[in-house]
Design a protein. Structure first.
Length: 98
């Protein structure tokens, strides 16, 4: 199962259905999120909510329980966004070497 869906399920179980919907869309995902630091945003939101279930979920996020899988990383790396990001990094390295 895709890790965004695993996280969405855990958020639903924690009684956080709106966050679960965002997770299912990839909002908190390492490679799908529009956020620069999706895991930090997720933990910040969970900390603000402050229930024991939310705080426990934040700890699991910090432990890497919902990190993208190797397959998801490879899929992203082959995508237009992934290729563009890697090209930008390569160009930056070339400029540093020059």
């Amino acid at each position: 199962m895709h890790t965004k869906l695993v996280l969405a399920s855990a958020l639903r179980e924690a009684g956080l259905p709106l966050m679960a919907l965002r997770a299912a869309e990839g909002y908190y995902h390492d490679y799908l999120s529009p956020l620069a630091m999706p895991e930090k945003t997720l933990c910040d939101e969970l900390t603000i909510i402050g229930t024991s279930a939310a705080l426990a979920l934040c700890e699991r996020v910090k432990q890497g329980d919902y990190d993208a899988s190797d397959e998801e990383q490879e899929e992203w790396a082959k995508s237009p966004d992934g290729l563009a990001a890697m090209q930008a990094c390569a160009e930056k390295l070339d400029r540093k070497r020059a």
